[in-house]
Design a protein. Structure first.
Length: 250
């Protein structure tokens, strides 16, 4: 264990209830070891995304295999520490603000993948926070489990309908196939542009393969007391945020 890892966990030594891994991909095994040494009872690996055990998705999503490796490592240490892995799907509000669902709010342009009809799972940041707390409140049930949650099961077309209704304006709509988007992502990665990974993820999750749908894995929403959210209200919150920040930057 490195001195840095030891220092990181000193805050948990007195009340070692749980620790959340915040690294996006690898690098968590050393934190698992340090958590065990500090007596942490529950480790929350940095899943916080789509189903990492989906092999088809993992083949296109470079962040997923390291996440799987972390949970496999935790499984090998279950006699010393428990774990819970939260799978909320896409971060809805965050992704909308930066255009990861194909929606450019500034130009009011939507790029639909394979027609925009594939359903995917998404959760808002407040819902993810509530779910994390609920997992601690349901510690026995969530022990050594993947926990799948959702605010919505939606398509790009659902979002388009919502932004046009809430904003009161029609958007420009463009189209791309998932094959084109994935090829574009691979090209960007080959050229050293790591953001090409977002194209791979978009093609896999939002395209006709619908690999971003968590429902086949079984949802915990009801068990954790999580309520479905209102898509139009969430879209309204995003549009207000963007408008306020645009005004502040001018």
């Amino acid at each position: 264990m490195t001195p840095w890892a030891k220092m990181t966990l000193m805050a948990y030594a007195r009340e070692p209830h749980g620790m959340v891994g915040v690294f996006a991909t690898g690098g968590q095994q050393i934190l698992v070891d340090a958590a065990i040494a500090a007596g942490v009872k529950r480790f929350f690996p940095s899943e916080f995304g789509p189903p990492s055990r989906n092999e088809k998705f993992a083949a296109l999503h470079p962040a997923l295999p390291p996440k799987v490796a972390t949970v496999d490592y935790l499984r090998s240490k279950e006699s010393q520490i428990s774990w819970s892995a939260l799978i909320p799907g896409a971060f809805f509000d965050w992704a909308m603000k930066i255009g990861l669902f194909g929606f450019d709010i500034d130009s009011k342009t939507a790029t639909l993948i394979d027609g925009g009809t594939a359903t995917f799972t998404a959760s808002t940041l407040p819902a993810i926070a509530k779910a994390t707390l609920a997992m601690l409140e349901h510690a026995d049930e969530t022990k050594n489990q993947y926990v799948y949650i959702s605010s919505f099961h939606i398509s790009q077309k659902d979002i388009l309908d919502a932004v046009e209704k809430v904003g009161g304006q029609k958007w420009t709509v463009k189209h791309i196939t998932s094959e084109e988007l994935i090829a574009q992502g691979n090209k960007r990665l080959a050229e050293g542009d790591n953001m090409g990974a977002t194209d791979l993820v978009g093609g896999a999750a939002l395209g006709k393969q619908a690999l971003g749908d968590s429902r086949p894995w079984g949802l915990w929403d009801e068990k954790l007391g999580l309520e479905k959210e209102d898509l139009e209200q969430s879209v309204r919150d995003v549009l207000v945020y963007k408008a306020n920040h645009t005004e502040a930057s001018e």
